[in-house]
Design a protein around this ligand. Structure first.
Ligand SMILES: Nc1ncnc2c1ncn2[C@@H]1O[C@H](COP(=O)(O)OP(=O)(O)OP(=O)(O)O)[C@@H](O)[C@H]1O
Ligand SMILES: [Mg+2]
Length: 474
């Protein structure tokens, strides 16, 4: 008998690659590496804790020239993985005045992301009861009970001096009747509310006033401790409410949100988010080569770059970072680093850090064919974007196959003769190519514009050939 997999997720490596293929052309090795890494995390989660604890993530280092899809792969992986994900530029930690800036903020950001993911899920789960509560609050607002007649409980009446309240006698007589009438009206209103018949009616409701909370700027020191002053004070100060006039449907939306907020268990939320950040979290360290020093040892101004690597080391190796939701262990967080490594090599990284990125993948420079595919194939390809934009003017823009080949050829030529900026070259080329159409299409009554290789040559050849102009325009 074939043993059955215990993994619930259907995110297999081939599925992951299929998804990445919708947006990224080529770079198969990098796609495979991230697909395996992602699947390994899912596999690990299916193991008993004693074993899963031992299995450390295999961090990935993506190396490749600029503009060939490194960041794009990470971005697409994030939306796909349904895991807490942050992307940081390593250079951020070398900015003037921020030398040695707390790299632990990376983990805190990851945790915030995780909390917002869990929160969103929990909020979705309590929508049913939240809606019911909101409905009752809205009915209270639409049908206020007249206090005097209803507030006095029945048993109290025997003890009350009749003359002290001239209304009371009548009220007592009518109370039952009034009550019944009220209930009937309320039910009728509830039905109308549910059918959306009251949507456009005005209503006055009391809602939480978030605007009254005073913004307090925490000092960086407090941030390090993971303490949020605004939140601390928020807990001490009484919650303010304000009265607002709204349409019923808008009021319903706001009340439902408020009720949902009240219904979620914040402790459970933090606990779940903490676990997700620790077990599933992915950190993408972009521009890692920018904190590498040639030859590996540093003097003078380079010290800060190596400092960043030293700072990164503990979180990549596994340490505990304090956050305002509790301590986060970084041992099982997956790190994917990327860099162009044009002047420096991965072996120029400090040795301890090198060892922490055992999987190296190289991304290839883009060929003419790649560039043409990038123009046309991805779901969000540049050609599709321009076609969509121009279509809003009632004009159908299209490109012949030969035209896209010509654009790719010229882009490749520019990349090899000047600086190789990868697929980014396509952006400037397309902008130059379509500049005139983008300007005049609104005033034209063209039904169709077809871009042919002749048009491409006419618009771009001159620029590509002119060494003085192309430096600025392409
Ligand atoms: N292989 C590819 N397939 C589809 N689009 C791509 C590819 N490579 C690059 N692009 C597009 O080119 C642009 C730049 O790519 P990206 O940001 O991934 O570059 P990068 O490799 O991270 O470069 P850098 O080293 O400069 O950060 C993006 O708009 C991206 O969509
Ligand atoms: Mg990048």
């Amino acid at each position: 008998m074939k043993s059955k997999s215990v993994i619930k997720s259907d995110l297999t490596p081939s599925k992951i690659i299929e998804h990445l293929n919708r947006y990224i052309v080529g770079q198969d090795k990098a796609k495979r590496a991230v697909a395996i890494a992602l699947r390994n995390r899912i596999r690990r989660r299916a193991l008993p804790p004693e074993l899963s604890h031992e299995i450390m993530p295999k961090n990935i280092l993506m190396v490749g020239p600029t503009g060939v899809g490194k960041t794009e792969i990470a971005r697409r992986l994030a939306t796909l993985s349904n895991a807490p994900f942050v992307k940081v530029e390593a250079t951020k930690f070398t900015e003037v005045g921020y030398v040695g800036r707390d790299v632990e903020t990376i983990i805190r950001d990851l945790m915030e992301f995780s909390v917002s993911m869990v929160r969103r899920k929990m909020i979705a789960e309590v929508q049913g009861p939240a809606q019911e509560r909101a409905k009752q609050r809205l009915l209270d607002a639409l049908l206020p009970r007249r206090e005097k007649k209803f507030s006095m409980p029945e048993f109290m009446k025997a003890f009350t001096d009749k003359s002290s309240d001239d209304n009371n006698d009548e009220a007592a007589l009518n109370a039952d009747e009034e009550n019944e009438k009220y209930t009937r009206t309320r039910m009728r209103f509830q039905k109308m509310l549910e059918e959306g018949k009251l949507d456009d009616k005005d209503v006055e409701i009391e809602i939480n006033d978030s605007a009254t909370s005073i913004p307090v700027f925490g000092s960086p020191g407090m941030d390090v401790m993971g303490i949020n002053i605004t939140e601390m004070l928020g807990g001490i100060m009484p919650k303010k409410t304000k009265t607002q006039h709204l349409k019923v449907n808008e009021a319903m939306r706001i009340l439902q949100q408020e009720e949902a907020d009240k219904l979620i268990d914040t402790d459970a939320m933090a606990k779940q988010a903490l676990e997700m950040a620790q077990e599933d979290g992915i950190v993408f360290l972009d521009e890692i080569d920018k904190v590498v020093v040639k030859g590996g040892s540093s003097h003078g101004p380079d010290v800060s770059r190596e400092g960043v690597q030293r700072d990164l080391l503990p979180i990549v190796e596994g340490s505990v970072v304090q956050t305002r939701y509790g301590p986060v262990k970084t041992d099982h967080i997956l790190f994917i680093a990327a860099g162009a490594f044009s002047g420096v090599k991965p072996s120029d990284l400090i040795p301890e850090l090198q060892g922490r990125f055992p999987i190296r993948v190289e991304l290839e420079p883009l060929s003419v064919e790649h560039l043409q595919q990038i123009l046309t194939e991805p779901e969000n390809s540049l050609i599709r974007q321009y076609e969509a934009l121009i279509s809003t003017e009632g004009t159908e823009l299209s490109f012949t196959k030969e035209a896209t080949a010509e654009i790719a050829r010229l882009a490749h030529k520019m990349n090899s003769e000047m600086e190789d900026i990868g697929a980014r070259r396509l952006h400037t080329m397309m902008e130059q190519l379509l500049e005139e159409i983008s300007f005049s299409v609104s005033d034209m009554n063209e039904e169709k514009i077809e871009i042919t290789p002749e048009i491409v040559k006419e618009k771009l050849n001159g620029l590509v050939e002119n060494r003085d102009i192309r430096r600025y325009l392409l």
